[in-house]
Design a protein around this ligand. Structure first.
Ligand SMILES: NC(=O)c1ccc[n+]([C@@H]2O[C@H](COP(=O)([O-])OP(=O)(O)OC[C@H]3O[C@@H](n4cnc5c(N)ncnc54)[C@H](OP(=O)(O)O)[C@@H]3O)[C@@H](O)[C@H]2O)c1
Length: 379
């Protein structure tokens, strides 16, 4: 066996333990699965929590491999997989959370996942750029478009009409994205614009250009007193109707979701606050009888899953209508850098996605500098 044919994984041996890099079998693809040869992985807030407290790691499961975001090349395909070939450049979502198999965590040189969570990417998009998308794009889509979520209109392609109408706000309903600089928020804004909505968002001041760049018409600083008032005034001055509010980020005090409730309550239109709380795992906030709320768990609705991953996302990337936002912040090269990336993730990020690239590299390189640490990770 050549060194190319061995697998190495970031193993967790217990809650609060660092990742240890050790050998692992190269996974075998079941009928509807694909094995990816990993090039880059990205961090999510939940990774830091799971590494620290062992959340959602099955009883007696250690040693375990976590990781949701991965990008690489198709290495092997199950016999029922259609539309993919060995060698395709793809982004993929590791599904070990659901399948309870460590071979399905992305923090390894080869990982396996359901063919449903894999999308091809154009040749001119770097794997290390595209890896910012998988889990957060799915989460945003699940929260916004599933029937059990906010049930909003789905994003379209080449919607010149939607772009044209950006100027003409009068025919468009507003969606408010609270936490627009989060990765989920940036994915949500882009998809909502392509679905034809007028999007306004909140973020810290230093992220306003980033959020506008994703397509938000206006951005407000949620740290300022009177933010709810300003958001509502903006919508009312334009005589617009609200189609819903997305709480992309729920802070630990619950203030962000309360503010979303205040916006939904005051604005004319649909009284709906969608959240990124994990459906079935976390209680929904009570915002009063008038306001409906929802949670999500990536995308579970089959037709939406197929549409977003197989149809819309690859073409939207190809046409430049979906951008890989935010730009990745490369923490280092090689699996050896996953520990540092997870540690930084645990302190929180601002308008940024932490990425480890060149997963096959055996030596780490200089890591990124100290970061703003004012955000506490949450599921
Ligand atoms: N249910 C699921 O299946 C699922 C899946 C994935 C993620 N999630 C959850 O979705 C949320 C977003 O994930 P992510 O990866 O996109 O997070 P992220 O990028 O790590 O979030 C960081 C951003 O949160 C913003 N933020 C912090 N506190 C805020 C507040 N009180 N109001 C508004 N914005 C605030 C910060 O904005 P500024 O720096 O601009 O202040 C920062 O840019 C997380 O809670 C995550 O756990 C759920």
């Amino acid at each position: 066996m050549t060194s190319e044919e061995t697998n190495q994984a970031c193993w967790l041996d217990g809650a609060g333990q660092p990742f240890t890099i050790r050998g692992a079998a190269i996974p075998t693809a079941a009928d509807n699965e694909v094995v990816i040869r990993t090039h880059a992985v990205a961090m999510n807030p939940v990774d830091a929590i799971r590494q620290k407290i062992g959340m959602a790691i099955p009883e007696g499961g250690y040693p375990w491999v976590i990781g949701a975001d991965g990008a690489g090349v198709v290495h092997a395909l199950g016999s029922h997989v259609k539309g993919l070939q060995v060698g395709d450049r793809v982004i993929a979502m590791g599904d070990e959370f659901g399948t309870h198999q460590p071979s399905h965590g992305s923090f390894q040189r080869y990982f396996c996942t359901s063919a449903r969570y894999i999308g091809k990417i154009p040749n001119d998009i770097k794997l290390a750029d595209a890896v910012v998308l998988p889990l957060c794009l799915s989460t945003a889509a699940g929260a916004l478009f599933e029937k059990e979520g906010m049930g909003l209109s789905w994003p379209r392609l080449s919607d010149a009409d939607a772009h044209g109408k950006q100027k003409d706000l009068h025919n468009r309903d507003v969606v408010v994205v609270w936490g627009g600089s989060s990765v989920v928020g940036l994915c949500a804004i882009q998809m909502l614009v392509l679905a034809g909505y007028c999007v306004i968002a909140t973020a810290s001041k230093h992220n306003h250009d980033l959020v506008r760049g994703a397509g938000a018409q206006a951005v407000f600083d949620y740290k300022e007193d009177g933010c709810v008032e300003e958001v509502c005034n903006w919508v009312e001055e334009r005589h617009l109707s609200c189609a819903g509010v997305l709480a992309s980020v729920i802070d630990q005090t619950g203030r962000s979701v309360e503010q979303c409730g205040q916006v939904a309550k005051r604005l004319q239109g649909r009284k709906f606050v969608g959240t990124t709380l994990a459906r079935g795992l976390m209680p929904l906030p009570d915002l009063g009888e008038e306001i409906k709320t929802s949670a999500c768990l990536g995308i579970v609705q089959d037709d939406l899953l197929e549409y977003i991953w197989k149809e819309w996302m690859p073409q939207a990337l190809e046409k430049g209508e979906l951008k890989c936002l935010p730009r990745p912040e490369i923490v280092g090269r090689g699996l050896v850098s996953v520990n540092e990336a997870c540690e930084i993730m645990g302190k929180g990020v601002s308008g940024s996605k932490l990425v480890v690239t060149d997963i096959r590299a055996t030596k780490a390189i200089e890591c990124s500098t100290a970061r703003a640490a004012n955000v506490v990770p949450r599921l």
